[in-house]
Design a protein around this ligand. Structure first.
Ligand code: AMP
Length: 473
């Protein structure tokens, strides 16, 4: 690999640590979240778990392997890979000089890090294409608003090392299926932005069109016209959106190879019955895209309203080479986890539960009973019986109320009498019927009532409970 460090402007210039000094916090202030950040609270976790499990299952079904890359990367990776003139690098990247004087960034996207890993770990010598997926947080110093955070999560799928258009269609199918598993109807918005053969001609046509309408453009787009005209089609400003309607379209300027590729992708999508709309405005904001570009939109996206797309991606046939590797094609997509969860919660009545309902609740009275309960809890859990407790509390009534509140099927009660007799009270929480059982047989008796002895093929043994009892004595 070539020595890319030398290419990084400013890398060696600054060797002194530059920790910016923030104003001293006001005395007596309360700790709070940073702007644009979000806690994922226990009530949210079941939703996150479901998404991550679904992504993993789908990835494995399609034979993708997981990759995790570091949160911090050289800033160069993104200025070079994603492009200096893109919003996520120019305006949104968390970038700083670390204590060794290196220019560092919190990753604002994952395709460039995955391409870096592909080069760095010699994936090129493995059978191609290499299919990788990720599920991780990213960072963009964006203006916080609904559905936009400065730390947010994406899952993404990347296929590196193959140009065939069937790969594009197979990848888009995964994006489609993922939303289907959450009963969220989506439609793929698809376009082709050509390659280095045809894009220059298209860019000329686009620049000519906008040059004569420059005064109507927003300030950002006036700059984009000279530096990165494709991004004019990405602009969300009202006036610029109106101008896009008559702008030249990439698909009318594709070279023969790009046209054939695009037509083939669409044919494969038809075959897979993935619903799509040809959308000439999907150019994506990043420099590395070539040929197929696409976004995932809710199917009921109202015409003409600003879109909060769920995800997007495209081909990046030049990226690996751009980062110092051999010429290697690739394609990928990324989807926002927060947006998926928020749409899913908005559209679905089904609540996803958190902790499983406990099989038993352990209630006790007095310190000697607490100690016995500690052992009993351990024995139950070793036998895969879900047991809850609040051993720090006093008062049987309050403990039974807690058992009721969390829906435990049985309560196991040890009070002074039970200690004297070497027994445990098993209370059926539904009908209130209580039975006295031998302490040493408590686990077996619970397993029997839960029908666990047979159902999981692993009989809860008497020994486990009696071990617990003996070790107490
Ligand atoms: P992008 O990498 O910009 O193409 O974004 C892909 C997806 O990530 C978007 O469709 C969103 O679902 C999600 N996303 C992007 N930026 C943010 C953000 N600031 N906050 C939350 N989700 C985001």
């Amino acid at each position: 690999m070539q020595n890319r460090r030398n290419e990084q402007p400013g890398r060696t210039a600054e060797k002194t640590p530059t920790t910016p000094t923030a104003p001293a916090p006001k005395p007596g202030r309360t700790a709070g979240l940073l702007r644009g950040m979000k806690d994922i609270l226990p009530v949210d976790q079941p939703y996150w778990r479901r998404v991550s499990e679904t992504v993993q299952r789908l990835a494995e079904t399609h034979r993708f392997e997981r990759i995790d890359t570091p949160v911090l990367e050289e800033a160069w990776l993104f200025t070079r890979g994603v492009g200096k003139e893109t919003d996520i690098v120019e305006k949104e990247m968390f970038q700083f000089v670390d204590r060794s004087g290196d220019s560092i960034a919190l990753r604002p996207e994952l395709t460039a890090p995955v391409a870096r890993a592909y080069i760095e770990h010699g994936f090129v010598s493995q059978p191609q294409p290499v299919k990788l997926y990720y599920f991780c947080p990213l960072f963009r110093h964006d203006r916080p608003q609904a559905g936009r955070y400065r730390q947010f999560w994406q899952f993404g799928f990347e296929v590196i090392g193959e140009t065939h258009p069937i790969i594009d269609a197979q990848l888009i199918l995964i994006a489609y299926q993922l939303y289907q598993s959450f009963n969220l109807p989506v439609r793929i918005q698809i376009n082709s932005i050509g390659d280095s053969t045809c894009r220059p001609l298209y860019l000329k046509a686009l620049t000519d069109y906008y040059r004569s309408r420059k005064n109507a453009l927003c300030e950002d787009c006036k700059k984009r016209l000279a530096r990165n005209p494709l991004r004019l089609l990405d602009c969300k400003a009202e006036d610029c959106r109106a101008l896009k309607v008559d702008a030249p379209q990439t698909v009318d300027h594709l070279c023969e190879d790009c046209k054939n590729h695009f037509v083939a992708v669409l044919e494969y999508l038809d075959e897979l019955e993935v619903p799509y709309t040809l959308n000439p405005r999907i150019v994506r904001g990043l420099d590395y895209y070539t040929r197929t570009t696409f976004e995932i939109w809710p199917d009921d996206q109202p015409e003409g309203e600003p879109v909060q797309e769920l995800g997007g991606g495209g081909r990046y046939d030049g990226l690996v080479e751009q980062l110092g590797g051999r010429p290697t094609p690739g394609i990928g997509f990324a989807s926002g986890v927060e947006r998926l969860i928020s749409l899913w919660r908005e559209r679905s009545d089904a609540s996803v539960s958190g902790l499983p309902v406990p099989d038993v609740f352990i209630a006790q009275l007095g310190d000697p009973a607490r100690k016995l309960c500690l052992k009993l809890l351990q024995a139950l859990r070793q036998n895969n019986i879900i047991a809850a407790d609040c051993l720090s509390k006093d008062g049987i009534k309050a403990q039974l109320e807690a058992a009721d509140r969390i829906g435990a099927k049985y309560a196991l009660i040890i009070g002074q009498k039970e200690i004297m007799d070497g027994t445990v009270l098993i209370r059926d929480m539904e009908n209130g019927i209580q039975e006295v059982v031998d302490y040493q047989k408590a686990v077996v008796e619970v397993a029997k009532r839960l029908d666990r002895g047979r159902s999981n093929g692993k009989m809860a043994t008497e020994t486990t409970a009696s071990d617990a009892a003996h070790s107490h004595e």
